[in-house]
Design a protein around this ligand. Structure first.
Ligand SMILES: Nc1ncnc2c1ncn2[C@@H]1O[C@H](COP(=O)(O)OP(=O)(O)OP(=O)(O)O)[C@@H](O)[C@H]1O
Ligand SMILES: Nc1ncnc2c1ncn2[C@@H]1O[C@H](COP(=O)(O)OP(=O)(O)OP(=O)(O)O)[C@@H](O)[C@H]1O
Length: 528
């Protein structure tokens, strides 16, 4: 179906190739799993297979790629190729451009000239598959991260292409949604579709996979069957793509201080008609490491945006370091709280990696050799020390994620809030990220992180808060959790049906949203 022969690729500005001498044949009806560490070349391979490198990005291309025995160069651009190959990229947000979810899904079908009746049928089916029918009139850019990912997936599924390429397309989904995607893909595979799943964590899909390709530094390191991938002796597992160290030490509840660093009282948050937070009470103490879990759309991001003043309470009260967020300017709050956004691209705007980190440092008065030292240290901590001069947008998704974390930790805020910090990182990299968080905790920082990654929660987190439909429904600090590390078995987190609390329409203009506050402001710069 798709064949790569001696294929190598170097991005226009890059010194070294992102893909080297790839030889790979993807058979019709096959479900291929592609995995590898961050920056291994996975997204680049997806772009290559979809013909996007040839027709849109350019750069240095060597070797050949053919689709159905025809060189991709010979196709009439992406327009023709996309009739056959549907792609969901690792950044769902960049794929969503229309004003409603329904339009988003309809647009691709309209471009293909489907009759109205067929468009309605397909879009309904795709929305059902992705459990987003209730979002059909919502604006895609005003959805939660996981909801956006579901829309991007539905828009591509509706096209019903012969080939489907999913690049980290489930990274921000809750476990119930991942299971749903699994069953949809199984059905598509049974119907003869060719599917390529590119992911750090392919475990969820091994059962339906035919082969696993391991990429390393742009090269194919191994191609194995799923059973070989999981077997202990496999050279695939020896590369440590599965979870590693698992601290599993006694995880102390570090609630020693008397005054909470974060105090949330009767917090309710609305986006117009949508009730995103429903009367929340919560206290977080200095030195705690807290994970916030919950289904997509349950209010996790909305909650943490209150911790640096990005959102102000609709009703109720939030106090951070004794400062009431409804009356304290955001540039005062960000001196205490560093927030790593769910989508790292929303906080990267400089020309080089080092300038990106320097920006926040300058804003808090760290300059000259002190700033240089802080930049180098933070880059080393996130393993990006060789990327100082690189344009941030030219980093891989996982690298951008780590850069966003570096920007915040360089500023050493007392409270570090991370919204899904391990998206785009494999198990080993996630583990390393958490080791870093534990280290920062030991140095006295308070860490609050939103995550869907239950493995890192089990291994590293002492307090777990679970949200459902805008409420905190469980908090291990209140002894409502059981088991070591205060985390219940994964099965307990599954099966929570995603309930939007609402009827959902207009969004209140009064609400301070991420979009209306400049990224600079959130990192200590001038507020618009
Ligand atoms: N800017 C916005 N405008 C309108 N509604 C919004 C906006 N942001 C989020 N919402 C809605 O508020 C609710 C909570 O969203 P939130 O992003 O807090 O969820 P989440 O738990 O972080 O989800 P995910 O796991 O998918 O990231 C959802 O119903 C979402 O659609
Ligand atoms: N537009 C670009 N210009 C220059 N270099 C790039 C560009 N996009 C990616 N790269 C580089 O190419 C290499 C492979 O990136 P790619 O995005 O394919 O990796 P990946 O395996 O998908 O990583 P991740 O898992 O972190 O998303 C990386 O070193 C990255 O920095």
């Amino acid at each position: 179906m798709i064949e790569l022969r001696n294929f190598s690729y170097t991005y226009g500005t890059a010194a070294i190739p992102a893909l080297k001498n790839i030889n790979l044949e993807i058979r019709k009806g096959e479900l291929l799993l592609v995995t590898g560490h961050s920056a291994a070349g996975k997204t680049t391979l997806a772009l290559a297979m979809a013909g996007i490198l040839h027709h849109e990005i350019g750069g240095k291309i060597e070797g050949n790629i053919s689709f159905q025995s025809r060189d991709v160069k010979e196709f009439d651009g992406i327009k023709e190729l996309s009739r056959h190959i549907g792609v969901v990229f690792d950044d769902a947000e960049s794929q969503l451009i229309f004003t409603t979810v329904e339009e988003e899904i309809f647009s691709g079908l309209e471009n293909r000239g489907h009759p109205e009746k067929e468009m309605v049928r397909r879009s309904k089916e795709a929305m059902d598959f992705c459990a987003i029918s209730h979002l059909n009139n919502r604006a895609p850019h005003m959805l939660s991260g996981g909801q956006k990912q579901k829309v991007a997936l539905a828009a591509t599924l509706a096209l019903d292409t012969e080939v489907l390429i999913l690049d980290e397309a489930t990274a921000e989904l809750d476990s119930q949604a991942v299971r749903k995607v699994f069953s949809v893909l199984k059905r598509l595979k049974d119907a003869g579709k060719t599917i390529i799943i590119i992911d750090h964590n392919i475990e969820d899909f091994l059962e339906i996979g035919d082969r696993v390709v391991l990429l390393e530094k742009g090269e194919i390191k191994a191609i194995k069957s799923p059973s070989e991938f999981t077997s202990k002796s496999s050279d695939l597992t020896s590369t440590n793509l599965t979870s590693t160290s698992a601290l599993q030490t006694d995880l102390p509840l570090s609630r020693t201080a008397e005054q909470p660093i974060i105090s949330v009282k009767n917090l309710t948050q609305r986006y117009g008609e949508i009730l995103a937070l429903d009367n929340i009470d919560l206290e977080i103490y200095p030195g705690e490491l807290v994970a916030i879990l919950g289904e997509n759309g349950s209010g996790k991001t909305t909650l943490v945006k209150h911790f640096n003043g990005l959102l102000r309470p609709y009703s109720g009260k939030v106090t951070v370091k004794g400062l009431e967020t409804s009356t304290t300017p955001i540039n005062e709050l960000v001196k205490h709280t560093g927030l790593v956004f769910q989508n790292p691209d929303n906080m990267l705007f400089e020309d080089t990696v080092e300038a990106e980190i320097n920006f926040g440092l300058n804003n808090i008065g760290v300059k000259g050799p002190e700033a240089v030292g802080a930049i180098l240290r933070s880059l080393e901590l996130v393993n990006l020390n060789d990327k100082q001069k690189v344009f941030p947008r030219h980093l891989s998704r996982g690298e951008r994620q780590r850069l966003a974390v570096a920007c915040i930790i360089a500023m050493k805020p007392e409270l570090i809030v991370l919204d899904e910090p391990t998206t785009g990182l494999d198990a080993e990299e996630s583990d390393r990220m958490m080791q870093l968080m534990r280290k920062l905790q030991q140095e006295g920082h308070t860490i609050v992180m939103v995550t869907h990654n239950l493995q890192i929660v089990r291994d590293h987190v002492e307090r777990v808060i679970r949200m459902e439909s805008g409420k905190v429904v469980e908090d291990s600090a209140n002894r409502k959790f059981s088991g070591k590390g205060s985390v219940k078995e994964e099965s307990d987190y599954k099966g929570h049906v995603s309930k939007e609390i609402v009827s959902e329409e207009i969004v209140s203009e009064e609400i301070v949203s991420e979009e209306s506050v400049s990224e600079e402001c959130v990192r200590g710069g001038t507020c618009a």
